[in-house]
Design a protein around this ligand. Sequence first.
Ligand code: ZN
Ligand code: ZN
Length: 594
Amino acid sequence: MIKNILFKIALAVVLFMIALTGCKKEGASSYPNFGKDDEAFTIYENSFLEALWKQNPDWATSVGYHKYDSLLFIPNQQSRDKMLDFAKVQKDSLSRFDVNTLNESNKVDYKMMENQLDYAQWQIKQLKSYEWDPSSYNVVGTFAYILNEHYAPLPKRLRNFYQRMVNVPFFYKEAQKQIKNPVAELTSLAIEQNLGGVDVIEKDFADSLQKTNIPKAEQKLMTDRAAITVKAIKEYAAWLKNLKNDHPRSFRLGKDLYEDKFKYEVVAENTAQQVYNAAVLRKKYVHQQMAKISRQLWPKYFANKAMPVDSLQMIAQMIDTLSANHVKPDEFQSAIVQLIPKLNNFVRTKDLVTLDPTKPLIVRKEPGYMAGVAGASMSGPGPYDKNGNSYYNVGSLSGWPKEKAESYLREYNQYIIQILSIHEAVPGHYVQGVYANKAPSIIKEVFGNGAMAEGWAVYSEQMMLDAGYGNNEPEMLLMWYKWNLRSVCNAILDYSVHSNNMTKEQAIKMLTTEAFQQQAEADGKWKRVSVSSVQLTSYYTGFKEIMDLRDAWKDKMGDKYKLKDFNEKFLSYGSAPVKFIKEAMLAKPVTKKL
Ligand code: ZN
Ligand code: ZN
């Protein structure tokens, strides 16, 4: 549910390959062969980023670097060649540094930059999703960002918006030339998402213009161009609808591409296959624990009623019964708001991790442009806005039909809203974000590792329960296991579908009977796995790698081990892959005082 951050990561990954046309080759190679030290490396990093933004204006806008907001460049072979060029030049520049002479933080930066450059090359040369993923062609995200994020006065943002629209028709013409054997599921998604964004260009843009003093004549030019832009988007959608596609590519990535994509995107110690194997074992273990707890709770809730022989059915009945313990629809928002001080207190009392009172979490009602998704999500400041606020966006259920609200509240019951708030806010995504912001590196945020961020959030749930959150109530623990199974089964599902041909029927059966999900949730998950790959494994992979790292750190520290030290040391590296943090944390021997 960390949707803003996820959106940024998704956008970043996609846009890294949508390179620019018409910009001069430039970058660190024009720097002299300076000394192999941290100062020189920092200078190089800045020039690297400057060149990267020039190459990827959409990505730049999304991270809060606004120099290129008015630019939209075109996805074609020429742009990809420029991107390959960029990667080659930058890899060459990187290779002039000896990674072993750099400090801890720069070492991690170095490895992350190297990985991203390899990933960009692999995407263009091997993955080639520009040929088969029509949903990668969508201009709307960045326009919505320019409209909704208040980083500059509205007239200035609207004029950039206007400038940026000029190339949209050309953008979609080029898109049509690139697409060769589109995946059917991604074609539908592209149609849905592109048409879904039309309102931003047509309605939201015009509404915003009215709030400004921009002269009417100029406004007319701007809305005229918006009309042309909308037409281009609709034509692209219509073209996709009519596309004859005799040999559509399967939405399944296949074992080899999957393993490679996992390597570049997750950057884990384990292979995808190894993570899958571990997830299968974890599912078995969690089922055993859940059966034990359910058996123990059975008499309390069912008195003398006979227990089902099938333990999965017994667990399902127990979860169903506990799910009735939920708030009323109009109390949903306030119930979540009230949890934050409670979580802060618990973290302080148990001394789990230091909270920074100067960077408070601001709880707000979900802003209009995010509406539609209830629950809660985090919006943290971007890499170029380190002093920005962290918001916990809490949705309301007002206006929901009764049945839909009831089903939602059963899912987000009294137990789960607490786990959700731990995950999203304290000490999950919000706290991780505050520490990441203090890490002296823009690279780590720009290339922020999704598995680390999600892994930390999942890890923090278990850490809180281990510390006694929820008074060790078996009900709470059972619900957490259900929640944890979601991460575990996400990983199993993703790998099985993309590498092993798991069918839709098998997937739905696993999600409903073994992960105890409602039909609607399972259907949604199937849709997600058919239009994405690897991202769904990040929750469990990150969780597992952090738990493994903590074990290794415990061994290393012996009787000097303290949970708080581990948490803070781990977070201090910023949003780097767990694998690189591990290499750093375990590198130095412990200095033993005798
Ligand atoms: Zn999350
Ligand atoms: Zn109810």
